[in-house]
Design a protein around this ligand. Structure first.
Ligand code: SAH
Length: 232
């Protein structure tokens, strides 16, 4: 069973974009996942194919219309579609590796990309959209956010990453940031690779990496769950 992504957007040309290359691109070609980019404008009913209108109550910008978006969603995701319906939104729950993993374990996702000031609130409620943010900053549209989300999901699909183990050792998977990495040359601008890593002592290496990961996490991200209080 492959992961089926349907993206609703005013810019279908942005897809697969970066996801057509490298690991994700190869997996797309191999059928490990599928991607359908749907033009929201095709569901407009007037002759100008209008998808947005001025905000009720006044103010700057435009708002995407609930009626047009509902038609697009209902075609992409009819009742009974098991896939979660996501709305990329800076007001959403911040995306985490745990949610990414859940999505990768599921049948796919229907992803609505906002533009302008966002979408009519009634649409979010009427279609049960899960708002997802990729961080505390504002993009000009949901498309780059959808690409980010899909990139994170696709690399977890079975067979996409050559070395499946590396996925589980990654930052966030154990509630910690990852330890630092080194490779040849042995000496770079006078700096050697830490002694322990060339010791050949696997147990010591594991312990060193764990300690480095905890130190880094304590310094940079004390909010992460894997961080242990400093033993004095
Ligand atoms: N007026 C809105 C921002 C609209 S930005 C506000 O202040 O909350 C236009 C669109 O870009 C949004 O509808 C959303 O789909 C997308 N977007 C912007 N920033 C995002 C973020 N951090 N995460 C996910 N989507 C984002």
């Amino acid at each position: 069973m492959s992961f089926a992504a349907s993206v609703l957007t005013l810019y279908p040309e942005m897809f697969p974009g970066a996801l057509g290359l490298s690991l994700a691109g190869r997996a797309l070609e191999a059928g490990t996942w599928s991607l359908e980019a749907i033009q929201i404008r095709d569901f407009a009913t007037d002759k100008h194919r209008t998808v947005d209108d001025t905000p009720a109550g006044g103010g700057a910008g435009m708002v995407m219309r609930a009626d047009v978006l509902a038609k697009a969603i209902d075609q992409a995701s009819p009742p009974g579609d098991p896939r979660p319906r996501l709305l990329m939104s800076p007001r959403g729950k911040p995306l985490t590796q745990a949610r990414v993993r859940q999505l990768a374990d599921g049948p796919g996702a229907v992803i609505l990309c906002g533009r302008f000031e966002g979408v009519d609130q009634r649409l979010i409620e009427a279609r049960g959209l899960e708002e997802v943010s990729i961080g505390d900053f504002i993009l000009s549209g949901g498309e780059p956010a959808a690409l980010v989300l899909l990139d994170a999901v696709v690399r977890l699909l079975p067979g996409v990453m050559g070395n499946a183990v590396s996925g589980e050792e990654e930052s966030f998977e154990n509630g910690l940031l990852e330890h630092p990495h080194y490779t040849r040359p042995q000496e770079f601008e006078g700096l050697p690779i830490p002694e322990v890593l060339i010791s050949g002592n696997h147990k010591k290496i594991v312990a060193w990496r764990r300690a480095e990961a905890e130190k880094l996490t304590r310094e940079r991200r004390p909010d992460l769950p894997g961080v242990q209080p400093l033993v004095k």
